[in-house]
Design a protein around this ligand. Structure first.
Ligand SMILES: *[C@@H]1O[C@H](CO)[C@@H](O)[C@H](O)[C@H]1NC(C)=O
Ligand SMILES: *[C@@H]1O[C@H](CO)[C@@H](O)[C@H](O)[C@H]1NC(C)=O
Ligand SMILES: *[C@@H]1O[C@H](CO)[C@@H](O)[C@H](O)[C@H]1NC(C)=O
Length: 354
């Protein structure tokens, strides 16, 4: 009996995420197209009209915590914001086109607990596609953003932090700024961030601790800038105690072209990257500048801008760095010398290290 009730609990938990967007029996749905949309909660109509955003918000406002809305219709919300409150499950099955509402997210969930967005397809040029702060137990599933500008997913800098954030596969194309930018998260798990033709960073972590990321994959990310496929900045990985004990774990960073490959700056660190695969980066393939506790355990750098350990005088010197990699058709430079740096470099790269 104990086992049966445990199984029932597991099944109930797992069944919150449907195998397909809109499958099963969502509590509310948005259907329609063009200038005619309908939102229903069960068999009750909660919106009929031409305003796609109003239909979506009416559906969301009609459900209770623990219930799900499936937006089957595609449409445009314009320069507006959809708000998701605690415990609600939001599925964007159609394509949600969005506009630019200055300083705001096209979809926001602020100071909430247990919100889930298992599926979302977004197009347009949002200021922020998804914007969050003060969330607890937020789950993002398969999120696809095919943008013509703006920033994909943003966790705010100047607002309350978030804990226990999970993301599955985040694919962002065409953002003018970052694909995913975090501030102030303690406890972050991401399966993958795939960024293509993005103006600034692929994944940018700031003041984020206890993070586990599978893959960061950038193609033409941050071209002509100092941003990177994977950037850590502003005390990322520094624990509340001030220590840089390893607490940010990345399985793999892949980067092609664009600006930098891996960039750690401004007193970040506490990070271990298991493997890199970087090629033809327009700026430094790797730049570690005023960071503490950075390990790169293996992989390849092929061409691109130089692999560099550096430091500016405004912060304490770079320290406790260990880089193992095969580097070809490039140079590896350490200047100024870091404290406690270990290089294990194979390949034909020219070395200028301490
Ligand atoms: C992304 O959008 C562009 C135009 O905005 C379109 O040409 C392309 O097919 C879209 N790609 C995907 C994967 O939706
Ligand atoms: C959004 O509008 C603001 C001005 O209100 C502008 O600065 C910003 O570049 C715009 N972003 C996009 C993605 O169009
Ligand atoms: C030197 O740095 C490595 C990481 O590369 C770290 O594991 C080790 O503890 C550091 N040694 C000292 C003496 O701090």
């Amino acid at each position: 009996m104990v086992h049966l009730s445990l199984l029932a609990t597991l099944v109930a938990t797992v069944s919150l995420v449907q195998a397909q967007c809109g499958s099963g029996t969502p509590a509310a749905k948005v259907t329609g197209s063009g200038s005619s949309f309908t939102a229903t909660k069960g068999s009750t109509n909660v919106y009929t009209g031409s305003d796609y955003r109003a239909a979506i918000q009416a559906a969301l406002d009609s459900i209770s915590s623990g219930q799900r809305v499936s937006v089957i219709a595609s449409g445009s919300i314009g320069a507006n914001t959809i708000t998701i409150s605690s415990g609600k499950i939001f599925e964007g099955c159609g394509t949600i086109n969005v506009g630019n509402k200055s300083g705001r997210g096209a979809i926001e969930s602020l100071n909430t607990q247990g919100v889930q967005i298992p599926y979302l397809t977004m197009t347009g040029n949002p200021y922020f596609g998804l914007r969050f702060y003060g969330t607890k137990d937020l789950v993002l599933g398969k999120i696809t953003m095919n943008l013509s500008g703006g920033l994909g997913i943003r966790f705010d800098r100047d607002n309350p932090g978030s804990t226990n954030v999970k993301m599955d596969t985040i694919s962002v194309t065409g953002a003018g700024s970052h694909a995913v930018e975090t501030w102030n998260i303690d406890g972050l798990t991401i399966t993958s961030v795939i960024a293509k033709n993005v103006g600034e960073s692929g994944l940018l972590l700031q003041k984020t601790t206890n993070a586990k990321v599978g893959l960061v994959d950038g193609n033409n990310v941050g071209a002509g800038t100092g941003y990177a496929t994977f950037r850590m900045a502003n005390n990322n990985g520094q624990l509340a105690s001030g220590a840089y004990t390893t607490n940010v774990f990345i399985d793999k960073v892949v980067s092609r072209g664009g600006g930098r490959g891996v960039f750690c700056v401004s007193q970040s660190g506490g990070v271990e990257i298991k493997a890199i695969d970087l090629a033809s980066n327009g700026n430094n393939a790797i730049l570690i500048e005023n960071c503490y506790g950075v390990k790169i355990n293996g992989g390849t750098v092929s061409g691109g801008g130089e692999v560099r350990i550096s430091a500016r005088t405004e912060f304490p010197n770079t320290k406790d760095i260990s880089i193992t990699a095969t580097v070809n058709d490039n140079t590896v430079r350490e200047s100024p010398c870091a404290d406690n740096s270990t290089w294990k470099i194979s390949g034909n790269a020219k070395l200028s290290i301490c």
